[in-house]
Design a protein around this ligand. Structure first.
Ligand code: NAD
Length: 417
């Protein structure tokens, strides 16, 4: 078992290594080194071009780089790891890091399969490690505000949640341009494949791995996991759904992928319906909508809008149009007498909008992680939370592929039909 050290650094500084400096890692790295006290002292990637990139981002031409991440895990002067490798590598990197006594910020979705998530949570607990999963909105001011508002009771007890997001462009649909020099010489392809079936080098799979189930987790693990993590945090839930019922297909991007580009899911969270709509075939705004008896809380990238509802009649019932005239007049007169506001006290529409910092900014989430590495206080999006969010994504995919509702068997820690 690894020692539960406070920090390997002699002072309050954080020395970290990054594993995976691709699209997301190249965004995490500059943000991480911009935080006070944080220094990147090593970078690991299977592709040579990203060694160069890590040196360029850190401005350190002598930054130690390697294809073998175990080398950075073996270094005693490294406090923690930031990992932005494809989904099919998350489990091995997190378990190896925890076993090596390193705290780790690992990208979302936490796992590639359900058993992996439990193995990762177990490794974190066994080694007393801080593990933070990378759905960054959980550390945003907007998410915190939404959580406060919900717990202040602004919408009452939650009755339903709607989560939606749509894109409509090749990049939005993961058709990324492979690096010009991608080849078996510049990339350790055999290692990259990990536990996926062995196939000859394919630069498209290297760049567009999200399109295939062998490496990625589809729109569920790529996009829905953010919406679900935000929802779990806002509502103060920390659990997998009881069931998932999905429908979708490959509507637009018939490029050889095996993951759906349109995915709708209805989850049952202890009796609360959570409806999710994700599309790579039609652009719609990103929205998490929380509906309760006292109103609606809409949250999106940079705002929260609260629309209160009284639930009371705002006019005589239209059913009364079916009454004979005298009865109808009598009903209306009585309604107005009982409901009309006192003059001067007419109600005003009081929607409230909070504008905030972009909840996709990774900096607050990295900051939260570094603080926890130092303080040993738990993070909100730890391995247990991350596992719960990821399980929902795996259930959404299982339901889509099996074409039936799937249930989570908490005792067996597995999905059943
Ligand atoms: N939080 C977010 O908003 C967000 C956004 C984008 C991606 N992500 C997540 O970040 C992760 C990475 O995605 P990406 O788009 O950057 O992928 P990418 O393919 O662009 O980069 C991944 C990098 O990891 C390297 N790699 C793979 N296996 C490795 C190993 N065993 N050792 C060392 N390096 C290895 C690859 O060579 C590649 O350079 C994914 O889990 C993805 O879901 C999160």
């Amino acid at each position: 078992m690894a020692q539960a050290s406070k920090s390997a650094s002699p002072n309050d500084r954080i020395q970290f290594a990054i594993i995976g400096i691709g699209m997301q890692g190249s965004g995490l790295l500059p943000n991480a080194i911009s935080l006070p006290g944080a220094t990147c002292v090593a970078a690991a990637d299977l592709y040579e071009g990203r060694h160069t990139l890590a040196k360029q981002i850190t401005g350190n031409p002598n930054l130690p780089t390697t294809r073998h991440y175990q080398e950075v895990l073996d270094r005693k002067d490294i406090d923690c790891i930031i990992a932005a490798v494809p989904d099919h590598w998350h489990m091995r990197v997190v378990v190896d890091a925890c076993n090596a006594g390193k705290d780790i910020y690992c990208e979302k979705p936490m796992s590639h399969t359900i058993p992996q998530g439990f193995e990762m949570a177990h490794a974190a607990e066994r080694n007393n490690r801080i593990v933070q999963i990378g759905s960054q909105r959980v550390s945003s001011v907007l998410c915190r505000k939404a959580r406060e508002m919900y717990h202040d009771g602004v919408i009452g007890d939650i009755e339903m949640v709607e989560l939606s997001l749509g894109r409509n462009s090749p990049t939005g649909a993961w058709e990324y341009p492979p690096p010009f020099d991608a080849s078996p010489e510049t990339i350790d392809w055999d290692t990259w494949l990990n536990d996926a079936p062995k196939i000859p080098f394919d630069k498209y799979r290297f760049a567009r791995w999200r399109c295939w189930r062998e490496y990625g987790t589809g729109v569920a693990g790529d996009l829905m996991v953010h919406l679900l993590s935000g929802m779990l945090y806002t509502l103060g839930w920390n659990e997998p759904p009881r069931s998932a019922s999905a429908l979708g297909g490959i509507f637009r991007w018939k490029d050889g992928r095996n993951m759906p580009d349109l995915h709708t899911v209805l989850f049952d969270y202890h009796g609360i319906p959570v409806y999710v709509r994700l599309s790579l075939a039609g652009e719609t705004p990103e929205l998490a909508r929380f509906i309760g008896p006292k109103g609606i809380l809409d949250t999106s990238g940079t705002y929260i809008r609260y629309t209160p509802q009284t639930g009371a009649d705002d006019g005589p019932s239209y059913y009364a149009s079916s009454f004979p005239r005298e009865m109808r007049d009598q009903y209306r007169e009585q309604w107005h007498r009982e409901h009309d506001p006192v003059p001067g006290h007419e109600p005003t529409a009081d929607d409230t909008t909070y504008e905030g910092h972009d909840w996709d900014d990774v900096k607050p989430h990295l900051w939260t992680f570094f603080q926890s590495v130092k303080s040993r206080q738990p993070v909100a999006e730890d391995a247990v939370f991350g596992n719960h969010a990821a399980i929902a994504c795996h259930m959404a995919n299982e339901s889509y592929f099996r074409k039936q509702t799937v249930y989570f068997d908490a005792e067996a820690k597995s999905i059943k039909a």
